[in-house]
Design a protein around this ligand. Structure first.
Ligand code: PRP
Ligand code: ZN
Length: 346
């Protein structure tokens, strides 16, 4: 039996064993041999196979494998996070599998829509992906933590002057979306019947083209909706980037790697929430300043060469800085310096 993958509209024959590939549509070639057109995730797998000198992906027991989005909304921040926790990678350009120089981990760079499935199937132990994508794919994975970036929501939006006041007004309407599963579920739960029109990009233009009456799409700043004369009617799902883990069995040494990885991410997240603050103040003002600064530990107070002046150092939650700055000045603080913290283990 021959195996093929679909590259653009060309069928390419696979010579190597593709072991655990999932097969997509079955069809027949003109030569009447049985042909399997392999779906896109498997195409990547095949590429990996062919690059991995006979060692198959599943047999690779050494490195922890993490799926991340190849180009797109989340990739930049995900890579920044990985670098901020001390991981060093070779160039990502034109690579699918990127090894790490100083941690036993490798990155698999794929389309975000494919990530939940890769993690579900245990091809990657971990994945960085938007909650919206995991939910739409109904992937059986465990969400380890939200990452605080890539915040967006899946919302139903309607033409501004279309007269739609609530979801019920969309009974019998056509909804264009790249999220047919979540959209249908949401309407079904409310007993409203709709037709979903599945579109993979530029969903917001569908009502103008009269391809649909309304849309269900990702909203981040709301700019796209505004530009297209659409307004939000209802939120289906709140989303952010998440770290997901496979539900499949994980080798003990990889579990350990995951624990350490999570510890580093936790330290980084904590650090991002905090700032290091330094200021000078008259010794007499220390009591008042200590009341103002909501520090994690008691602040460090150091004497200065100048009489009756001290330096005060502490850590404060980032968002509190702007709230307390004026109070600090009023209390007598001067030369206030605020510094980012690279990593913080509490
Ligand atoms: C999403 C969505 C909108 C846009 C909304 O697309 O489909 O087009 O973001 O963002 P805004 O509220 O900040 O304007 P995305 O950029 O993820 O690309 P995609 O359409 O290719 O998925
Ligand atoms: Zn996408």
């Amino acid at each position: 039996m021959a195996c093929y993958f679909l590259s653009g509209d060309k069928l390419v024959k696979i010579r190597k064993n593709v072991g655990f590939c999932k097969y997509g549509t079955t069809t027949k070639t003109p030569a009447a041999t049985k042909t399997y057109i392999i779906n896109r995730p498997s195409f990547y797998l095949w590429q990996l196979h062919s690059k991995a000198n006979n060692s198959t992906l599943v047999q690779n027991e050494s490195s922890l494998r993490i799926a991340i989005q190849k180009g797109g909304r989340l990739s930049e921040k995900t890579l920044a996070l990985l670098e901020n926790i001390g991981l060093e990678f070779d160039s990502y350009k034109n690579r699918i599998l990127v090894p790490c120089r100083n941690y036993d981990v490798e990155l698999l760079l794929i389309r975000d829509d494919d990530i939940p499935e890769y993690v579900q199937d245990g091809i990657c132990e971990l994945g960085f992906v938007g909650r919206n994508v995991t939910a739409e794919n109904k992937a059986a994975v465990t969400s380890l933590r939200g990452l605080g970036f890539g915040k967006c929501r899946l919302s139903v939006a309607v033409p501004k002057n279309g007269g739609y006041k609530s979801l019920k007004d969309l009974e019998g309407c056509r909804i264009a979306t790249s999220y047919p599963v979540l959209t249908r579920d949401h309407f079904e739960k409310q007993g409203i019947s709709i037709d979903t029109i599945e579109i993979s990009g530029a969903v917001e233009i569908a009502p103008t083209l009269n391809v649909a009456d309304a849309i269900s799409d990702i909203v981040s700043t709301g700019g796209t909706l505004k530009t297209n004369g659409l307004v939000e009617l209802e939120t289906i799902l709140e989303s952010e980037a998440e770290l997901i883990q496979t539900n499949r069995a994980i080798a003990p040494h990889k579990k350990e790697l995951i624990q350490k990885f999570l510890m580093r991410i936790g330290a980084r997240q904590q650090a991002e929430k905090s700032r290091y603050i330094m200021m000078n103040a008259p010794s007499g003002a220390v009591g008042e300043i200590c009341r103002i600064i909501p520090s994690l530990k008691s602040p460090t107070v150091l004497p200065l060469a100048e009489n009756d002046m001290v330096a005060i150092h502490s850590v404060i939650p980032t968002h509190r800085f702007w709230e307390v700055m004026e109070d600090l000045k009023t209390a007598g603080a001067s030369g206030i310096v605020i510094l980012p913290i690279e990593n913080m283990i509490v």
